[in-house]
Design a protein around this ligand. Structure first.
Ligand code: FAD
Length: 221
């Protein structure tokens, strides 16, 4: 029997991870990614719990630690930058607000892609525009590459997945009234290796997190 073929939509974190495990279990994985190349956006992801177990079982823990942001922990500061409380990265057994293994989303994505690209077919700059299931195969139409058929299609194309919308109706996301702007600013030596969090009056907050690329990841909420 030929290996089962699986199409995964999305080459972020979940997509390449699935490709690894499905290939390991004898399947042939194809990943279709809407962007023309791996997306370089995203902030810090904490690898803990199940995520850490998965990365360990993939043999990628050392590589993830090499690419980690190396934050010392998090300090809650006042409007004069005075520390009110400090939680080091090893607080709560490394499972505190800043975990002992924090990695930028694009660094993690790239690690997973490099680990899987030799035995996974990656189709960049494409997406599924139609999907039908005849109970034997799933037939998809790829926007730029036409029709293909797979044994299984998995939507791993993020929170606003269009692939999921092709299968399920009423998948709207619901807002909770919290708005956060994420951006990257230069890192100054005086910023140090601690993340900082300032809660201002009026439900506002600012966070600054040093990364491993010489910049600081900032949020305004
Ligand atoms: C701004 C931001 C900050 C975050 N901060 C944190 C944090 O501090 N800590 C933490 O733990 N987690 C954080 N996260 C969450 C973490 O990044 C996500 O949980 C993680 O990236 C989800 O992985 P994913 O593979 O499901 O989706 P994604 O990483 O979003 O990847 C989805 C991929 O699918 C592609 N795609 C989209 N539509 C299609 C389509 N129709 N067809 C094909 N491909 C498609 C996208 O281009 C993308 O490459 C943050 C996320 C964001 C966006």
């Amino acid at each position: 029997m030929p290996p089962r073929t699986v199409l995964i939509a999305g080459a972020g974190i979940a997509g390449p991870t699935l490709a690894h495990w499905l290939t390991r279990h004898g399947m042939t994985a194809t990943v279709v990614e809407r962007a023309p190349a791996l997306r370089s956006g995203g902030q810090t992801v904490d690898l803990r719990g199940a995520g850490l177990t998965v990365i360990r079982r993939m043999g990628l823990e050392a590589a993830a630690r090499n690419a980690a942001t190396q934050e010392a922990g998090i300090r809650f500061v006042d409007d004069q930058n005075r520390t009110k409380a400090a939680l080091p990265a090893d607080a709560f057994g490394g499972k505190g607000p800043v975990a002992d293994l924090e990695i930028l989303r694009p660094e993690l994505s790239s690690l997973l892609y490099e680990h899987t690209r030799h035995d996974t077919e990656y189709l960049f700059d494409d997406e599924v525009t139609a999907l039908t299931d005849d109970s034997d195969k799933a037939h998809v139409v790829l926007k730029n590459r036409g029709e293909r058929s797979f044994d299984l299609v998995i939507a791993a194309d993020g929170i606003r997945s269009r692939t999921r919308d092709l299968v399920f109706s009423d998948t709207r996301t619901r807002g909770f009234g919290l708005c956060t702007a994420y951006f990257t600013i230069p890192h100054r030596p005086s910023d140090g290796r601690w993340a900082r969090w300032y809660n201002a009056p009026g439900h506002r907050s600012v966070t600054l997190r040093p990364d491993n690329l010489g910049t600081t990841r900032a949020t305004l909420s």
